[in-house]
Design a protein around this ligand. Structure first.
Ligand code: TIU
Length: 223
């Protein structure tokens, strides 16, 4: 039996079971967070996303210190683009799109500098890194199998962006039976209104997709 840890959250207290809960960090990649990357090339303000780095560092350090499982994801595609849907390639009609040469190598291509995780949150050896071709971390990946094999039924979901890959992943996880809690300061959007509404949508209707809390509440419950 695992004792539960009560975390203050909305819409109500989240009962975290340490042996069944993983930290899932979504797409904290250089292409989304660093100046000169794909995100900025799309006209976005990366400083909005960078606010989530320090809270993620603190949560990740505590989670690792507690010996609990961490899983990282990266959005991207094979160098031959065989897993890139043509619709995704041409969406936005940008001068440069996924697979083209950007400031940090080919945009969102596995193995390129910009595709990799930012140094501040770099995975340790032994922490699974799931490469995902879509917005949701469960689509066309082995994430569900990894979580099942670890006996995980709860997820702390962090990363970027709140309304895109984080929300899609929380919805996918919810439909697969996982309880998700999202620390608001550990997720970020290029758009403040989407940050706010992305979190509202998760916790609305008595927690239709999950719970919302913040890193300080999780850290104080863990300590
Ligand atoms: N990881 C993720 O959210 N991918 C995106 O493309 N997000 C945007 O907000 N563009």
């Amino acid at each position: 039996m695992h004792p539960t840890i009560s975390i203050e959250a909305e819409p109500y207290t989240f009962e975290l079971v340490p042996g069944k809960c993983a930290l899932l960090i979504i797409d904290m990649q250089r292409d989304f967070l660093e100046p000169g990357g794909f995100g900025e090339m799309l006209g976005n303000d990366v400083s909005q996303l960078r606010q989530a780095i320090a809270p993620n560092q603190r949560l990740l350090a505590a989670w690792r210190a507690a010996g609990l499982p961490v899983i990282h994801t990266r959005e991207g595609h094979r160098p031959d683009l065989s897993d890139l849907p043509p619709a995704k390639k041409i969406r936005g009609k940008g001068a440069k799109t996924i697979g083209d040469i950007g400031p940090m190598g080919r945009i969102l291509i596995r193995g390129e500098e910009g595709h990799d995780i930012i140094p501040e949150l770099y995975p340790l050896p032994g922490e699974p890194v799931v490469d995902k071709p879509g917005k949701g971390a469960f689509f066309a990946t082995d994430l569900h199998a990894i979580l099942q094999n670890l006996g995980i039924s709860q997820l702390i979901v962090t990363g970027v962006t709140t309304e895109v890959c984080v929300n899609t992943t929380v919805r996918e996880a919810n439909d697969r039976g996982y309880d998700c809690i999202v620390p608001a300061d550990c997720v970020a959007s290029y758009f403040p209104i989407f940050q706010e509404m992305g979190l509202e949508m998760i916790k609305a209707q008595s927690g239709i997709f999950g719970w919302v809390s913040d890193s300080e509440k999780i850290l104080s419950a863990l300590s």
